[in-house]
Design a protein around this ligand. Sequence first.
Ligand code: SF4
Length: 237
Amino acid sequence: MIDILETPFFLNEHFESIQGEGNYAGANSLFLRFHFCNLTCSWCDSKFTWFGNERNYVEYSSNQIKAIITSHQAPHIVLTGGEPTLYRLDKLVVANKKFHVESNGTFIPTEPLEIAVRENLTIRRDAMNEAIISQFNWVISPKLSNARQKLNDRSLRFWAQTSYSIFKFVVRNTDDINEVETIVNKFSISSFKVYLALEGQTLESQLKPSLVDEIVKRGYNYSPRLHVMLWGMQRGK
Ligand code: SF4
């Protein structure tokens, strides 16, 4: 078995674009997409980060990733995946950039982690420094039952209580909105933290005013998916 201690960081790709979703939609951003995920969502649109045994990632040290960040002009840095909390994200901070994390919310970053991500590959990391990561904008996306994944009650309670996170849910219909409401009530999530985006891979899928009306009626925020509207499912956007 290969044991990975803290580093390297396995990066699948990086690219500049706009943040498509959430509370910073439209922000000029550099995306760092980390490889591997602890879930296997049925509709995952980035399966290339975890499916199969291809070595389609590059190993970097924290200093090498910082060099990538500083070589780009984008003021916002989006740490995504895969599941980025498999890695010590607090080691990647550089000055004058705003950091964002897109996570499925199944891990608590201030706790150490050890997880087998593939046969013969275990990732270990220490707890992240909360003083650092509390400066990040955390976008937590728990998966609804349509993804066929289990929620982690303990970690969702953590994220519901933090002041530095928002929740983003992807919904297809009012049944999904009802499911969001159940989760929001169960974990006492403030509705000002809740953003709902529409599922789909085409511009047409994003133009459903009656569903947005329903989101507004329930007291939640609507998140566009600008990258889907502009570029569909094109990679690197
Ligand atoms: S958590 Fe995200 S990256 Fe992981 S399988 Fe689900 S949709 Fe894909």
